[in-house]
Design a protein around this ligand. Structure first.
Ligand SMILES: [Zn+2]
Length: 147
């Protein structure tokens, strides 16, 4: 058993502890780091799962990336892609909805593409979600070349 982040070997107790709290097998140090990120940013667990799946797929994601105005759940900086995880559609207020759209507009003006992914897609279709994001990344790369 190894840490999903640094490949350091971990014992079965650490494996169990991190799987129970985070749903990802991490060493003690990385468990603490991720828990701090979650506490500081209110990061949904699905963002953590997607981050590690994208990392494994070679997409070089960044977790809770500060864009100068706010923290983005996951960013793929080389293609200027921001990924936000929608926690619960039923919980969204009308102010939140228009703020989200406004944020997307501002980042678009700065050359960033923002996609919002419902947490349920990550929870139930992690592999397909990753494949679709990889497709978006290669599409963005092609567009960057075209300019
Ligand atoms: Zn580690």
């Amino acid at each position: 058993m190894t840490c999903k982040d640094c490949d350091k070997s971990i014992d079965s107790h650490q494996y169990k502890t991190s799987m129970e709290s985070l749903g990802i097998h991490l060493c003690d140090r990385h468990s603490r780091l991720i828990k701090k990120v979650i506490l500081d940013n209110n990061t949904p667990l699905e963002a953590i799962h997607l981050f590690y799946a994208l990392k494994e797929a070679g997409a070089h994601p960044m977790l809770e990336w500060w864009d100068g105005k706010r923290s983005v759940d996951i960013a793929i900086s080389r293609v200027k892609l921001n990924i936000e995880i929608d926690k619960d559609y039923n919980m969204i207020t009308h102010e939140q909805a228009i703020n989200d759209l406004e944020d997307a507009m501002h980042s678009f003006k700065n050359g960033f593409t923002t996609i919002r992914i419902p947490h349920l897609a990550i929870k139930y279709y992690l592999e397909e979600t990753v494949q679709n994001i990889l497709g978006i990344i290669s599409g963005l790369k092609a567009n960057i070349k075209a300019i």
